[in-house]
Structures are given as structure tokens and as C-alpha cells.
Design a binder for this molecule. Structure first.
Ligand code: SAM
Length: 322
């Protein structure tokens, strides 16, 4: 273990403190290995502009081979080309595909947006999941996409235009303010929350780890609680909220769900079977600092990063009809 730890020593040791606490010895070892991983490029077919048969054919004619990822329709892993090579291919330049990690593609699939739905994407930029939802909805219905940061909002708009996701309206706002007086309005809400990013650390990408500070975790927790509370208020009775993060610690995951869900008539529901069966899954904690978490916390999934997939937390909450 020590030699692996030394090999990721360019990352501040405090960055691993919370993760080491929640993982088994073997899982933590795998986590440290994943931080050095050079992952294969992955993408999603943008079914608004193309389809997987066409995309696979164009790539094959360019000498690029891909494999599918059976859990997610239209998700592909590139076997023999880099991000840069893919970005020069017409599939990319014409917006037929969108480069997106596998784990990032899970929350929209779990939300199950359908044509005609009224959806809110509460932390939307750069729009990977917003545009994925528009494609799942066959560009029919409405998506409100909220992002407070101006530069990130510009990126969101670029991606929406590039992928021709015509049903999206963009709002530059903080999610909790945007929803201040909103109740029982949306069919489904995605909250892919701002977080500390422990699932994304990679020594080949300084931006994935340099901003991490232990002191920021409680601040993320307070913001996530505010956003999830607003989301559960704003979704219709019987509607669904998906809460996801790309971090692993309990304060930003289990504890947020426990605190917020206890204020509402709602249930954290099981995800389709295949997700629980991923090799990378670790159990959510049933007790944190002596406090027992809600029993349905175990229906959420926590993915430990590996050679093929980034770390992620995904949960699906259904607000009960009154
Ligand atoms: N869902 C996005 C995607 O798949 O492309 C990624 C979202 S990223 C994890 C979190 C986003 O939340 C960032 O763009 C960040 O600027 C934004 N954010 C930060 N504070 C926020 C707030 N108070 N309300 C809404 N969004 C916020």
C-alpha cells in the first residue's frame, strides 16, 4: 500500500483522509491505483443528430474500434484512439457523439426522462447530462437548466447548440434562489451537485485534485442540503429527484440524503439491478459518527473509481403522493 501511496504523493495526503475512512483495505488500494489510471476515451452517441449504427460505421471506416458498455444504451468505450484523435473525427465535429465518462452517463439514465416531461437540471454546466436528457426525451418536452457561473453557463449553451438540444432553456442563477418560491412544479429533477470530487482525482489531470480542501467539505454539505431541499420541494408529488455527486465521503452523500429526506414524505428507491452488480460498488454507510442513517440509504450506489470508470454516487428519490 505504501508504495502506491508514494506514487500518488503529488496529491496532498489530506485529500485521501475521508476516503480511507470509508473504504476497506482492498477498496482503498484499488482507489489509489485508479488515481494513476489512464482511462480509455468514452463517449455517448447523440441520438438527436445520429444513431449508434451510423457512428460505429464512420469510426470503423476511420480505423477506430469501439466497445459498448452494456449497462447504458448508446455509451461506448474507444479501444484504439485518444481523446484528441476522436475530436478530429467527423463524428465529434458534427456533434454525433459527445465525450463523457461512463459514470457521468448514469444519473440521467436513472432519472428516466421521457418525451413530454418537464425536467429541471439544477446544476447543469457544462451540460453533459442536460443534453443526454434531451436526447433521452427525443427532444420533446421541456428542460430548465440552471447554472450560476457565467463562464460555465456559456459552455453549457455551446454544448446545447452543438448537440441541437432544442428543448432546453438556460437560467444563470443559484439553484436555491431559482427555486425559492417553487413547489410541486417539475415531473423530474436532476441534482448533479457541486462537490469535492474525490471520485475524479487523477495524477494526470491537476485540475481534478488541486482545489481539494478538507475544510471545504462542510461547506459543500450545507450547499448540497439547501439544493436538495429545494429540489424535493419543487418536484411534483409522485415525481423523482436524482441526487448525484462525483465524490465518495459520507458528509456529501449519505448525510445529505439522510438529513433532507427525513424532512419529506419520500423514499430512496432501488436502482436497476445491473448497477448494484458493478464490480466497483462499495456499500453506503448505515451509520455515521454514531448516527444511524435511514435504511433506504442502501438503495443508493457508490462507485469506487477503477481503470474503466470514475468514482460516483447516485441515488433516486421518489416524493410520495399525498
Ligand atoms: N451536471 C453537469 C454535467 O453533467 O455537465 C455537471 C455539474 S457540476 C458537478 C456542478 C455544477 O454546479 C458546476 O457547474 C457549478 O458551477 C454549479 N453550482 C455551484 N453552485 C451552485 C448553486 N448554488 N446552484 C446551482 N449550481 C451550482
Amino acid at each position: 500500500m505504501k508504495s502506491i501511496q508514494e506514487s500518488v504523493s503529488i496529491i496532498k495526503p489530506e485529500s485521501f483522509q475521508l476516503v480511507e475512512k470509508i473504504l476497506s483495505h482492498a477498496e482503498f488500494n484499488a482507489y489509489l491505483q485508479a488515481i494513476r489510471a489512464v482511462r480509455k476515451t468514452t463517449f455517448r452517441v447523440n441520438t438527436i443528430k445520429s444513431d449508434k449504427v451510423t457512428v460505429v460505421k464512420i469510426l470503423r471506416e476511420s480505423g477506430i474500434s469501439v466497445s459498448d458498455f452494456p449497462l447504458i444504451e448508446n455509451a461506448f468505450i474507444v479501444n484504439n484512439a485518444t481523446d484528441n484523435q476522436i475530436m478530429k473525427n467527423e463524428c465529434f465535429t458534427k456533434g454525433y457523439i459527445y465525450l463523457q465518462s461512463l459514470s457521468s452517463q448514469i444519473p440521467p439514465v436513472i432519472l428516466e426522462p421521457k418525451p413530454g416531461d418537464y425536467i429541471l437540471d439544477l446544476a447543469a454546466a457544462p451540460g453533459s447530462k442536460t443534453t443526454q436528457m434531451a436526447a433521452l426525451m427525443k427532444n420533446t418536452g421541456t428542460i430548465d437548466a440552471v447554472e450560476p457561473d457565467f463562464i460555465r453557463k456559456e459552455r453549457l449553451e455551446y454544448n446545447i447548440n452543438q448537440q441541437e438540444a432544442a428543448i432546453v432553456s438556460v437560467f444563470q442563477a443559484r439553484g436555491e434562489k431559482f427555486l425559492l418560491d417553487v413547489e410541486n412544479k417539475y415531473d423530474k429533477i436532476l441534482l448533479d451537485a457541486p462537490c469535492s470530487g474525490e471520485g475524479r482525482f487523477n495524477i494526470n489531470d491537476k485540475s481534478s485534485y488541486f482545489a481539494y480542501r478538507l475544510t471545504e467539505i462542510p461547506k459543500f454539505n450545507r450547499l448540497q442540503v439547501k439544493l436538495l431541499t429545494s429540489a424535493l420541494k419543487a418536484v411534483k408529488p409522485g415525481g423523482t429527484v436524482v441526487y448525484s455527486t462525483c465524490t465518495l465521503n459520507t458528509m456529501e452523500n449519505e448525510q445529505v440524503l439522510h438529513e433532507v429526506c427525513n424532512q419529506f414524505q419520500c423514499e430512496i428507491v432501488p436502482l436497476p439491478k445491473g448497477y448494484k452488480e458493478l464490480n466497483e460498488i462499495t456499500q453506503c454507510k448505515s451509520s455515521v459518527d454514531g448516527v444511524s442513517m435511514r435504511k433506504d440509504i442502501h438503495n443508493a450506489i457508490k462507485i469506487v473509481p477503477s481503470q474503466r470508470i470514475e468514482g460516483f454516487f447516485v441515488s433516486k428519490i421518489v416524493k410520495k403522493s399525498v
